[in-house]
Design a protein around this ligand. Structure first.
Ligand SMILES: [Zn+2]
Length: 381
């Protein structure tokens, strides 16, 4: 696994060995899982395998032989491996300070790439799906030729990861917006259909599947714990939405679902909190969910919004992208920031020089944290 600039910069992390062969293999498998899920879902593994899969399989076999383990014999077996062998398995030995040890690349219920898989795949060379989402938004911004138009299109994408032909007559679907964004949607893939229908999570608006779609469990009926949605973390207090006539529907590209639509609720909550407190801000140009506060004197204060499960990988990504502001508030969902170890992993993965400049916060804590930072600045002045 590649060590980010942030990681290398901090001597206190010298004991970690993220460059380990197992860690690199884990990253390669993450990229393979993302690539295969994108093109064909996870059910058809006919020979000859796609190049990326054959290379990952060969490398896994070599690694297993070196380690004295029984290797997977086929792509379906390798897939099952990715569903059951977590990051902390001795074969991968990914440091717990980088990726939570229980993380698997394929979701045990949905049998689709996990969110963590997309985050790990974004950690390697080229920036993976997260960079792909940024590139797609960058192209859209260039096509829009105006900030207001771009913001309108971006909001449409974030709020409508799945659109249906009949919605075209509803509110908020302007022809001008649709003509600019429709290339970012595609038909609903067959592997996301259940008995010819498409299921959507009412909370994250992303695809959902009950357990047993690919491997039916006789006599079982789906309970809350048996449902997967792409957001993974959603409450199950409302039934899934059923979208009939899926041939009349389109779905947003996977990278944009995860890295634009998913953080959008947090972004709206953060903006509402600023508005309620009367804190003036403007959206920064570019693909990120980023804002700059106004009236901050000589200090530049930015806000970035992210929804990432692996906080250490988020910290490394932020450090690698060299924040321009004096102070950046990194807003993540409240439920994530409260998790055991989430804040510590974020802070530990930052180089010491950035620890005072990148402040992890949540929509609820954003305004109080801003106030605290201002008081601190006044005390220092
Ligand atoms: Zn959901």
């Amino acid at each position: 696994m590649r060590a980010g600039a942030a990681h290398r910069a901090d001597e206190s992390d010298a004991g970690e060995t993220p460059e380990g062969v197992g860690g690199e293999l884990f990253c390669e498998l993450a990229r393979m899982v993302v690539a295969l899920a994108e093109v064909q879902g996870l059910r058809s593994f006919a020979l000859p395998y796609p190049g990326i899969a054959q290379r990952a399989l060969d490398r896994t076999v070599m690694h297993c032989l070196d380690a004295g383990e029984t290797p997977p014999r086929s792509l379906p077996e390798l897939w099952e491996w990715c569903r059951t062998k977590p990051a902390g398995d001795p074969l991968f030995a990914v440091p717990a300070s980088l990726v939570a040890p229980g993380v698997t690349l394929v979701h045990p219920i949905g049998r689709m790439p996990t969110r963590s898989c997309l985050e790990v795949a974004s950690y390697g060379p080229g920036g993976g799906p997260a960079a792909h989402a940024c590139a797609l938004l960058g192209d859209l911004e260039a096509r829009c030729g105006g900030d207001d138009r771009y913001r309108q299109c971006r909001r449409f994408l974030a709020r409508h990861p799945v659109v249906h032909q009949r919605d075209r007559f509803g509110l908020g679907w302007s022809r001008a917006v649709w003509s600019r964004v429709k290339g970012l949607y595609g038909p609903l893939p067959e592997f996301l259909l259940v008995d010819g229908d498409f299921l959507c999570c009412p909370s994250c608006n992303l695809p959902a599947l009950p357990r047993g779609v690919t491997v039916p469990v006789p006599g079982s009926s789906a309970t809350d714990a048996d449902i997967w949605c792409e957001g993974e973390e959603c409450p199950r207090d409302a039934p899934l939405e059923l979208i009939r006539e899926p041939d009349q529907a389109w779905i947003l590209r996977s990278a944009l679902r995860t890295f634009l639509a998913l953080p959008h609720r947090t972004e709206e909550d953060a903006r509402d909190a600023l508005d309620r407190a009367g804190i003036d801000h403007e959206a920064l140009s570019g693909p990120l969910s980023a804002y700059r506060l106004k009236d901050t004197g000589s200090e530049i204060v930015d806000i970035q919004v992210h929804d990432r499960l692996q906080s250490a990988l988020l910290a490394i990504h932020l450090a690698d992208s060299a924040p321009r502001a004096d102070l950046t508030f990194v807003v993540v969902p409240d439920a994530l920031a409260g998790r055991d170890g989430y804040r510590k992993a974020f802070t530990d993965a930052l180089p010491a020089l950035l620890r005072d400049r990148l402040v992890l916060t949540t929509p609820v804590n954003l305004v109080p944290d801003l106030g605290r930072a201002r008081r601190q600045e006044n005390d220092d002045a």
